[in-house]
Write a protein that binds this ligand. Sequence first.
Ligand code: ZN
Length: 486
Amino acid sequence: MTRTGSPPWRIRRLRPAHPFCGTRAGQAIIFFALALVILVFVVIWTYDLHRILYTKSITQNAGDASALMAARWQGITLNMIGDLNIMHAIALTSDDANTAATITNIQARLCFVGPMIALMACQEAAKNNGMYRNPDFDAFMHEHAQHVRNGYGSMTDDDGSPLFPEPYEGCWADYADMLDLVADEGMAAGPDNLRLYTDYVGGHYLLMIEFYEAIAGKTWCWFCNNAPTLLEDYENFQPCWWPPLPEIPHMEYVNSEVFSLRLSKCETTLSSLLDLPTINSNAAERGFTTIVDSNAMAATAAWYCYNTEAWGPWNAMATTGPDPFPLTGPVKDTYDYAGADVAVRIEASTTRLTPAQEGASITNVITWSAGAKPFGYLGDADKPTRYGLVLPAFRETHLVPIDAVSGPSGGGYNLEWRRHIEQHLPGYMRNGPQPSSCWYCQQLLTWENSAFRQDGIDWLAVNSWQCTMTTPGPGSYDGGGRRRGH
Ligand SMILES: [Zn+2]
């Protein structure tokens, strides 16, 4: 059979079945294109989310590993200093003054070298866990090493005595070399409880990072709990309303600025610290065969002891008092001391594929701070600090809440905060708040606005009852809140 003329199917194909059929096809294409665009955005967004979560996870791992490693070296160093205390007693038993003096010198060096090894080891731990060197961290460390080398040794007070006497001869040069070495190798982890000898030690609202955070977040409860009259009292800046920034205290420089062991050097007799059977049982436990005698106990010598202020009760973890830590129960007595600890800061940036306005790319900086601490015990279950004298007692290392770690007012390794304290605050105290790209300076501008402060006064007049925590848990802080890391 032969077809003649145009087949009907061809006619149907050429002739639109409906006057709007062409528009419908166009609509389908537009719809399809839109769906495709949405799909592409969903894919990019999922990729970005995954990337951010991944970066967060590796910063967390690297931070935790790094803090544990540094705290482990703190524990090892404390044990070595403890062993040297025992050896010092043995040297005094043998009446060997030279050895005794050498031991004291080695202990003075260990207070710096031990924390420096901790700093190096924590960089390795961070890098082994996927972090890269942070050029800002390196630059700050080099800058500080320069200051130690050129400044600490030469600064004197009005009567010409050195402001920073060296704990042992050549200490500042050694210390600066070690800091440079760490920075040369590349820093991935910032020692976040760094306390420079030139840092303020608090005692002023302008030196409290929480003050700025309370302004930024309108955390009025912070004012209610920590500065109850400040909102009402503050009037305006000119002439400078604030009391002057406190003097930076000078002290005996026994400990390193980084990962300080927080020890003191005590000129006293061993018998004022512990009795003969105790030192001998500790000596035997560490494998020393010579027995310490009573002459060594009665001799006055330099002993490395726990600084009683720094190694007191672990108040940051107290479950009672005005700012209780939300723990399910109190810290066990054996672990209830503050003392040497580590805070490490990891910063990693991740660039998003999702474009921002006008096609600019967005980079997020992800920060993780981790805290860790060496723990141990003497005898069966006595605190390592029981006798005041450092003895080899540290056996384990644990991660601890970052808020329970010793924190400096000077800025640790939060370099933006440090810049604010060191470079911007002196100008603020002279001239008042000025527009600035610094986040902390911007908060001081907000603070200057009396309507802003009035908002806080009005809020607290009605809601201040919410600022008292009745049951532990973050739910009690509606509209208020306080600083608890993670
Ligand atoms: Zn600033």
